[in-house]
Design a protein around this ligand. Structure first.
Ligand code: MN
Length: 255
């Protein structure tokens, strides 16, 4: 009962901020076109195919927080799988969806008209691409500047934000993602199942907006090192965060 109440309060608060507000597609195109993403080759698209982005660090460089084997399998097998399956699913789809770099934006905007294979794999490709760049070796700490002050205004303190984000990650049942979302300058924490994300234009996504922080809570993200201990994985993950990238994403959104 306690859980249900606190969850309802959480949803009510968050929804008051952003429910019903559709993500701004022009803002998202700006993000994809920004030097930040072209530099890391996020959402790389050539000759009608999506490509696996190159990581901006080596597989072992997030050790000891996230281990080399997990990173290698996660990137080269899981993420590559989403890319391959997305390209395959798109072979039989409307080719007007495929205009780089807006292809994913169009896909997410039209998601209710597309088959589940596209929803799952386009989500998988985008979600992982974001996940890689918001991490770095010797990361962690706290955000600065406008993001920090907006977090303080929203949650009271960074520690309270961290606590609520961690709680949302622990409470989410099954596979999915937890997000820090920005919409019209407001921040909210949200969780989605499977490979869905807050950019998808469909009713089941209660909090829509642009994700600026992503935590993968699929077991494949931590099972080799942490086994069933999701809390241990989440605690480690805060130590590899690249707050400079998260701050840049926030700034692009509020400009
Ligand atoms: Mn994953």
């Amino acid at each position: 009962m306690k859980y249900n109440n606190s969850r309802r309060v959480f949803l009510k608060k968050s929804n008051a901020l952003v429910i019903g507000a559709i993500a701004s597609w022009s803002v998202i195109s700006k993000i994809f076109a920004s030097p930040l993403f072209s530099k890391t080759e996020m959402i790389k698209f050539e000759e009608g195919k999506f490509l696996l982005p190159v990581l901006p660090y080596t597989y072992d460089s997030l050790e000891p927080h996230i281990d080399k084997l997990t990173m290698e399998i996660h990137h080269s097998k899981h993420h590559q799988g989403y890319v391959n399956n997305l390209n395959k699913a798109l072979e039989t789809s409307d080719k007007s969806l495929l205009e780089s770099p807006q292809a994913l934006i169009k896909i997410f905007d039209n998601i209710i008209n597309l088959p589940p294979a596209i929803r799952n794999n386009a989500g998988g490709h985008y979600n992982h691409s974001l996940f890689w760049i918001i991490m770095k070796p010797n990361g962690g700490g706290k955000p600065k500047g406008k993001l920090a002050s907006t977090m303080d205004a929203t949650w009271g303190s960074f520690d309270e934000f961290k606590k609520q984000f961690t709680d949302a990650s622990l409470k989410h049942f099954g596979s999915g993602w937890v997000w820090l979302v920005v919409n019209k300058g407001k921040l909210a924490i949200s969780a989605t199942s499977n490979q869905d994300n807050p950019l998808m234009n469909m009713d089941s996504i209660l909090i829509k907006g642009t994700p600026i922080l992503a935590l993968d809570i699929w077991e494949h993200a931590y099972y080799l090192k942490n086994q069933n201990r999701r809390a241990e994985y989440i605690a480690s993950w805060w130590n590899v965060l690249n707050w400079e990238v998260v701050e840049s994403l926030f700034t692009i959104n509020v400009k």
